[in-house]
Write a protein that binds this ligand. Sequence first.
Ligand code: ADP
Length: 471
Amino acid sequence: MTLKTKLSLVHSLILMVMLIVFGMALYFFLHQYIYKDIKKNLAYEAGLVRKSISYELEISRRDWNLLISIDERASLQKGMFFQITNFFNGAIIKSSNLGYLELPVEGKKVTTAYFDTVSLLESPVLIYSAPLTFNGDIVGVVQSAVNVSQFENFFKILRYALYILTLSVVLLAVVSGRVLSKVTLKPLQSMIEDLEKIRNTGELKNRVFYKRSKDEVGTLVTAINFMLESIEINFEKINYMYINQQRFVADASHELRTPLTSILGNAQLLQKVWLNKSIGDSELEDSIECIHDIVDEAERMRKLVNDLLFLARSDSRLKIELQEIEFKPIVEKVIRQVDVMPKKVKWLHNDISVLNNVYILGNSDYVQQLLLIFIDNAFKYTLEGSVELSFTTNNNMVGISIKDTGIGLDKSEIPCIFDRFYRADHSRGKIEGTGLGLSIAKFIIDEHHASVEVTSSKDIGSTFTIWFREC
Ligand code: ADP
């Protein structure tokens, strides 16, 4: 059953029940009210007749008789009848307007007063019968009556009127209910059509249209449109993540293929040389070179796999645990590590006392890894000049800068350097790298709620400044 039909049925049913209850209440109230008045009058009139009755006991030698007579002046309201029946001798005294008719008497019944409706000449007559007593015995009955055909007709018409009224109002309610619910539900229908169109075309940019935005349907449409908007945004995000993931897998496979091919090539060469029984000095030299290449490539691969593993963990919501740490000992440790590294350019650093009593919310291992990524890069991309480490504190922030005089970056390249596998054109092929270091650095920075500033000029050098919030 459609919502439209349900609504109109419920609506009509409620109306019908209400009308029936109202009709019945009205009918019974009027019936009671009118008949109560008539009955009161009948009882009153019977009382008047009873007052004008006189009894006479006639005793003869053989028998005795009770005579009931009535004052000639006794009169009744217009349209009313009376009748007195003597049980003793069966004599009946009645009002002249009864003519040849007699009111029916059920002798046994008349022990108390009662009302009864009978049909006289096919007209309903309401009779009040009350017992007449003489010396404590019931000796007759006094009856007053009235023709109630006009009232009965009135109630009959009223009944029909109520039936017709109820039926026609219910019929009207069914029809108007259907029309009304059709009009009311029309916006829902067009909403369903709009949504189906969106589902069929997959166009999440489309929205549900509704002119009047203030009513309940308007509120529903606004809510659906908001939902569509968030579905669209999330879908784009997921799509973007999916494309990125695909690119990541493709790039990772590509990067792994190069060292693998090299390892395989060198291993095959070794196999060929060493299967040959006569090995001379030159073959021995080639073999050593092959082994060196294999070790280099395997090392490159190990680093790449490590970086990939780190990024995969960061994607699966790896959370770095942070705690209050002193910044200076970490920087000192990094400086000591860099001091002993083989270097082609000068290595300088500022006075570290600036960092006295500086605490940050972080993880010392990850902060150390982060600084080493930037310092490694600085040495890797600086062919002459220097790499310099400097520190600043400002407004509860502590900044650490890694400045080099290396190959630098083009302005257009700077926004991309934190992307996975991104390598600027001039470093590609010439300087060894995977393009993953800065992606890892970015993850650590984000986890520490820190930030990074990059300034760089091609062939002049670059400066990376990482800002941490002090505790
Ligand atoms: P890679 O392993 O290639 O160094 P990174 O993610 O660490 O990967 O760096 C991404 C790219 O950013 C590098 O390939 C390089 O082009 C550029 N880059 C990073 N650091 C520097 C720097 N100090 N000077 C110039 N270019 C840099």
